[in-house]
Unconditional design. Structure first.
Length: 253
């Protein structure tokens, strides 16, 4: 039986939605697999929107906005690009990064709108149904995607992505700029750390566990789990529950 992907598209009001409209009135043929959500600007698309759509079993998610330099809010699409890159990196931890896509489509590009949607449908069809889709989602993967969703909402990642342009393009009071490469390394480390920390919090949702239990369950080094536990304790997200023998058990607060 042929697989019909279920796709979701977030289209900015001023360019891409108008481009989709033009495709419609021009009677351009393209597959009807994508449901559209209109947003005022592509910069409004929070990473959590994309991750949640995948969590709910959508096979692919498209974000479209005005071409760079044409955003009606000046810098919204730069913001969209940074948020999208972060989301893609987070989703690469679980191999779902090729199910999201970002593109720029202007109000006059009705034909191009039809082409990019057709290509996306074709690519997702080649990938096959999402492992989270329909009646039998992969529960282990679902837990990891939930951790990714939680990580995307942490203050640390929001602050890093929100201030990326300022940090890498503007000089600080000492006349210094952080090179793009250095910032990316910092961001990559933060993404992995926050993802692991959210996995730990999810693993502690029902029972208290030792560092060793968590290390085995999550396939992480015990020393790394311990480091994360200290950070999470400092953030008042976990605490000691009891000590059994010589082993402290942690619980989620
Ligand atoms: S208004 Fe279209 S991307 Fe900002």
């Amino acid at each position: 039986m042929s697989f019909e992907p279920k796709l979701l598209g977030f289209l900015c009001n001023w360019c891409s939605y108008a481009g989709a409209d033009l495709a419609g009135v021009s009677r351009i043929q393209y597959p009807p697999n994508m449901r559209v959500i209109r947003v005022m600007c592509s910069g409004r698309v929070d990473p959590k929107f994309l991750i949640q759509a995948l969590e709910l079993g959508i096979d692919g998610v498209y974000v479209m906005g005005c071409h760079i330099g044409d955003c009606h809010y000046l810098e919204g699409n730069y913001e969209a690009l940074r948020k999208f890159d972060m989301t893609k990196k987070l989703l690469s931890f679980v191999g779902l990064d090729n199910r999201i896509r970002l593109d720029w489509v202007s109000a006059s590009e009705g034909v191009r709108f039809g082409e990019v949607v057709s290509k996306f449908v074709e690519d997702i069809r080649a990938l096959g149904p999402s492992p989270l889709s329909r009646d039998n989602p992969d529960q282990e993967l679902l837990k990891k995607v939930k951790a990714i969703n939680m990580a995307a909402g942490t203050k640390r990642l929001r602050a890093l992505v929100g201030r990326q342009r300022k940090i890498t393009e503007e000089e600080n009071v000492y006349g210094e700029k952080v090179p793009e490469e250095e910032f990316n390394e910092l961001l990559d480390t933060a993404l992995k750390e926050e993802y692991d920390r959210q996995r730990i919090l999810l693993a502690l949702a029902r029972d208290s566990k030792s560092v060793k239990d968590l290390a085995v369950e999550l396939s992480l080094e015990p020393s790394l789990v311990l480091e994360h536990m200290l950070t999470l304790k400092g953030r008042s997200q976990v605490d000691f529950q009891e000590i059994i023998g010589n082993t402290p058990l942690f619980m989620r607060i």
